[in-house]
Design a protein around this ligand. Structure first.
Ligand SMILES: [Zn+2]
Length: 143
């Protein structure tokens, strides 16, 4: 039940004080039933630096989510290849505008997918930029 990351004290990447605590944790449920990980909001008590991290399971779920728009992007590229490669196709001239809308939607899917992956990657990097230095519960209870 107890989540060790909520208890963890971290060193601040900005001011290097051992003052970063977890101020908020959000558990996500897919379709209201399937646990899809937790995101954590951290804040430095010394300088106010705030950042988010996520649980490993959240990263897995995020990457699965990112795979959907990425697969759509790949699919759209594969569908578009004959139109780009063969300039003699009769659709070519008529489809000049369509191809730009098509390319726009494909680019949107790619950006969406990269955005989700980038966000997960950054939240994982933040765990190492702000390394754990102790546990809040350790104070006063020597083990
Ligand atoms: Zn700080």
């Amino acid at each position: 039940m107890a989540d060790p990351r909520i208890e963890t004290i971290r060193r601040c990447a900005r001011c290097h004080q051992h003052g970063v605590t977890c101020v908020d944790a959000t558990r996500f449920l897919l379709q209201g039933i399937i646990p899809s990980g937790t995101t954590y909001q951290h804040a430095c008590g010394a300088c106010g630096y705030r950042f988010k991290t996520e649980s490993p399971w959240r990263t897995v779920v995020s990457l699965l989510m990112a795979a959907i728009p990425f697969a759509l992007f790949v699919l759209m590229v594969v569908v578009a290849i004959p139109y780009v490669v063969d300039p003699d196709l009769p659709h070519q001239r008529a489809g000049q505008n369509t191809i730009w809308i098509f390319a726009g939607i494909a680019a949107l899917f790619l950006l969406l997918s990269l955005g989700v992956m980038g966000s997960s990657a950054w939240r994982t990097i933040q765990l190492y930029r702000n390394p754990a230095v102790g546990r809040a519960s350790d104070q006063g209870s020597p083990k």
